[in-house]
Structure formats: structure tokens, C-alpha cells
Design a protein. Structure first.
Ligand code: FAD
Length: 416
């Protein structure tokens, strides 16, 4: 399963079926034949970069496989870092308009232990509402968004100044040329001609499942990320906008072999930690992701840069995925708008260096957490340590919430 899909419950793992979107695709024939920047994927990374680039006066086209509003597997938590990027772009008002609750603590339950750690700052918002608001904002800035279209990287034009992009609508195919392409297609990445996306999945990596719902909850505390840890995965719950409850979990990819459905696993997990939610989880339509933790060998190529999950990903914890995606999208927009006129392969290589610098420290915190939670003995030991020495937990939370863009980032000036 290389794309996010709806998982029909009470079936065996081979029955994971992709969603068929019945809405009409964008009329691709109306798209321009040439643009400054083409963006493949309209998630948070793609939309943030589109907004930032359009505000710099560049012509931007986004190709998005689904149509908004659309659900997405995500914990719905924006951390301090993500809020910082939104503030830089003057977009925090979107969260106020959507009435996204603030988050002040994370409550981790593991075995018989419960640990509560304060969060520096955070907000909860479902991806259905957040991505729709960002897409509307991008359109207001002049971005063209082609919904229900699938794009791929095609060849470089012979003079090497433009990259071709193939945009597939429901009936037609459109070929567009772009000075730069940003690949923001999430975990799956895209094909470059006949080449698969250059990603290496980490062994024993988990998959993501998720659901947003409106229902009665009894002891889900507001302003709190609830993290329930079990031997084969962990489940995060948060109250998002307008009383919507968001659930997201990272679970072993062979969980379905042990449990009849994700719904049963979630039900058991909630019961284990005495969290009461009146909802028939066994009958729900869970969304699922491909395997999560992956390294991308080279997040750039001739006239393309990868951003967000397409540039690499580590399992989620308290809201770092969107923070990386948005910081990366904003930074890529800065690199592209500053150097577009005199673009060279040097800028692509620089993107690789900048990106690694940007995410190295925060990925270390997530990899540490991921390693601890891989095994029940280690996770119990970690939770005991965090209960006795809260500084340890705070150190990890601080690492995850650290500034996305180190002050040392240096993009060499273009030669005029
Ligand atoms: C279980 C789980 C919980 C998580 N919890 C959190 C959390 O609480 N907070 C947080 O910050 N992060 C969380 N994350 C991580 C977060 O969801 C991702 O890091 C984030 O969505 C990455 O954004 P993106 O824009 O790179 O990719 P995406 O949001 O995945 O967007 C990619 C977009 O590209 C589109 N697309 C794909 N291929 C193509 C194509 N060929 N052509 C056109 N369009 C295409 C897709 O339809 C999609 O809309 C969680 C992830 C999981 C799995």
C-alpha cells in the first residue's frame, strides 16, 4: 500500500482498498502550458510553499490527487514549531477562525503508569479543515489548484531550463513545463519518468491509521494529547475543532494478522486505559498509510526539490510531521524565489544540505522515541524514567518543538 487509503474493517490485510473519488477532476486542458513553479501534492507542505511563492509574485500550479475537503491520517496536533511557521506567514488567524483548541499537555499512558508532560504551545485541528483553509488561502493568493489530478515528474527539457510535469485528469493528460517542481506528494513521493521514488523504508517501520469523529467522550481531557502505548503500537487522541475527536495510531504493519480489525485494537486499547468513547470502532472506516519511517536518499534532482514527507519521515509523536513539512515548504519557497532567475544544480545540492541541517536534531528526538516505543520493556523503562525524572521527557518534547530553521542556514546568493 503506497498510497493513503480507506481500510474496510473486519477484513484480511489484502483487502485494503484505495478510495475512489467520485468527484470530477479539474479540467486539465485549462491549465497553463508553462509555469514558474509546479507543486505535486496539496497537503501542508505543498500548500504552504504555494502560498509563500505566490506572495512573492510567482505563478504557481498545484496538482492534488484528492478534492478538498478530504480526510487524512494525522494526529491533528500543531506544535510550537508549526505555529511559528504559520505566524511567520501571517496565517495563525486561520486557526482562530476554525476555533482550533490550544494544547497544553501530553498525557502518556503505558502499562500501569501515566505521565503528564507540559507542551510549550500547540493547537489541534483536523486535516480536513486545516488543508481546506490553506487551499482557500492559496487560491486567494492566485495559486491554481488542480484537484483530483495525479502528477509525475517527466523529462528535463533539452536546454535544461525547464522540467516537464505530466498531470493526469480523469480523461485527459496535460503536459506542463515548470522552471522548478516541488515534490510534496507525502510518503509515496512520485515517479521520475520510469524511476521509482528514491526512498528506503526503515525495517520494522509502523503504518498509520486514523479517524475523526463526533461522539460522546467521558474522560478525554480537553487541551491534552492522550498517548496510549501498547506493545504493537500507540494511539493518540485529541479533541480538535468544534468537538471533533481525532484518533491516529502508529501500529505494527502485521497488526491485522493478530487482531481481526484496527477497530478491535483501538477498542481494546481504550478499555485498557479506561478511556470511554461511545463509538462502534469495529464498524468504522479507518484510513491507512504506507509504512511510515523512511529515508529519502536524495531529496532533489535537476529542477526539482522534495519537501514534507516526500523528503523523508520518522514516526509521529506530538506534532512534528506538519512542523517539518511547513517549515520545509516555507524554506523551499524562499530558496526558489531567491534563485529562480539564475537557477543551477548548486542550488539543488544546497537544498539537500539545508534540509538535512534543518531536520537532523529533531529527527534524532523522534528516532529516540521511536526506538524506545518499539519494545515493551524499553517503553516501560522510559515511562518510569519520565515519571521519576520529568526532565527526560521534557528534553524530548523540547527537541521535537525546537526551531525548525537553524540560524546558521545559509543560502548562497545568486550570481546576477
Ligand atoms: C498516525 C499519524 C499521526 C500523525 N500525527 C501528527 C500530528 O499530530 N501532528 C503533526 O504535525 N504531524 C502528524 N503526522 C504527520 C503528518 O501527517 C505528515 O508529516 C504531514 O501530513 C506531511 O505533510 P505533506 O504535505 O508532506 O504530505 P501530505 O499531508 O501527505 O500531503 C501529500 C498530498 O499529496 C497528494 N498526492 C500524493 N501523490 C500525488 C500525486 N502523484 N499527484 C498529485 N497529488 C498527490 C496527496 O493526496 C496529499 O494530499 C502524523 C502522521 C501519522 C501517520
Amino acid at each position: 500500500m503506497e498510497q493513503e487509503s480507506i481500510i474496510h474493517v473486519n477484513t484480511d490485510p489484502t483487502a485494503i482498498m484505495p478510495t475512489v473519488n467520485a468527484r470530477c477532476a479539474h479540467d486539465v486542458a485549462s491549465l497553463p502550458s508553462r509555469t514558474d513553479v509546479a507543486i505535486i501534492g496539496g497537503g501542508v507542505a505543498g500548500l504552504i510553499s504555494a502560498i509563500a511563492l505566490a506572495r512573492q509574485g510567482l505563478q504557481v500550479v498545484v496538482a492534488e490527487k484528492k478534492s478538498y475537503p478530504r480526510d487524512k491520517v494525522c494526529g491533528a496536533c500543531l506544535n510550537a514549531n508549526a505555529l511559528d511557521t504559520l505566524a511567520k506567514l501571517n496565517l495563525l488567524h486561520l486557526l482562530d477562525e476554525l476555533q482550533a483548541p490550544t494544547l497544553t499537555q501530553v498525557q502518556i499512558q503505558c502499562g500501569s503508569r501515566t505521565v503528564r508532560l507540559p507542551l510549550p504551545h500547540g493547537r489541534a485541528i483536523t486535516r480536513r479543515e486545516f488543508d481546506l483553509a490553506l487551499a482557500n488561502e492559496a487560491r486567494r493568493c492566485g495559486v491554481t489548484i488542480a484537484e483530483n489530478t495525479t502528477a509525475s515528474l517527466e523529462e528535463l527539457r533539452p536546454d535544461q531550463n525547464l522540467r516537464c510535469v505530466k498531470i493526469q485528469g480523469s480523461q485527459q493528460v496535460h503536459h506542463m513545463e515548470a522552471a522548478i517542481v516541488l515534490v510534496a506528494a507525502g510518503l509515496s513521493g512520485v515517479r521520475e519518468g520510469s524511476q521509482p521514488w528514491p526512498a528506503q523504508v526503515t525495517p520494522r517501520s509502523k503504518i498509520g491509521i486514523g479517524l475523526s469523529l463526533t461522539c460522546q467522550t467521558h474522560n478525554i481531557a480537553p487541551n491534552t494529547i492522550h498517548l496510549c502505548v501498547r506493545e504493537n503500537g500507540y494511539l493518540g487522541l485529541v479533541q480538535a475543532e468544534q468537538g471533533v475527536l481525532n484518533l491516529a495510531a502508529a501500529v505494527d504493519s502485521d497488526l491485522l494478522k493478530q487482531s481481526k480489525s484496527f477497530g478491535i485494537w483501538v477498542h481494546e486499547t481504550l478499555a485498557k486505559y479506561q478511556l470511554h468513547i461511545d463509538y462502534p470502532f469495529e464498524e468504522a472506516e479507518w484510513r491507512g498509510t504506507p509504512t511510515l519511517t523512511r529515508k529519502v536518499l536524495r531529496p532533489y534532482g535537476q529542477r526539482w526539490l522534495a519537501i514534507g514527507d516526500s523528503a523523508g519521515y520518522v514516526e509521529p509523536f506530538t506534532g512534528e510531521g506538519m512542523a517539518w513539512a511547513m517549515a520545509g515548504g516555507n524554506l523551499a519557497a524562499h530558496v526558489v524565489s531567491s534563485h529562480l532567475k539564475h537557477w543551477s544544480t548548486k542550488h539543488e545540492e544546497e537544498w539537500g544540505t539545508i534540509y538535512r541541517k534543518m531536520i537532523r536534531h529533531r529527527q534524532l528526538s523522534c528516532r529516540t522515541l521511536s526506538w524506545l516505543l518499539q519494545n515493551s520493556f524499553r517503553s516501560r523503562l522510559a515511562i518510569e524514567a519520565a515519571a521519576w525524572f520529568p526532565g527526560i521527557g521534557s528534553w524530548l518534547i523540547h527537541g521535537i518543538n525546537q526551531q525548525a530553521q537553524p540560524a546558521t542556514i545559509d543560502v548562497a546568493p545568486s550570481k546576477a
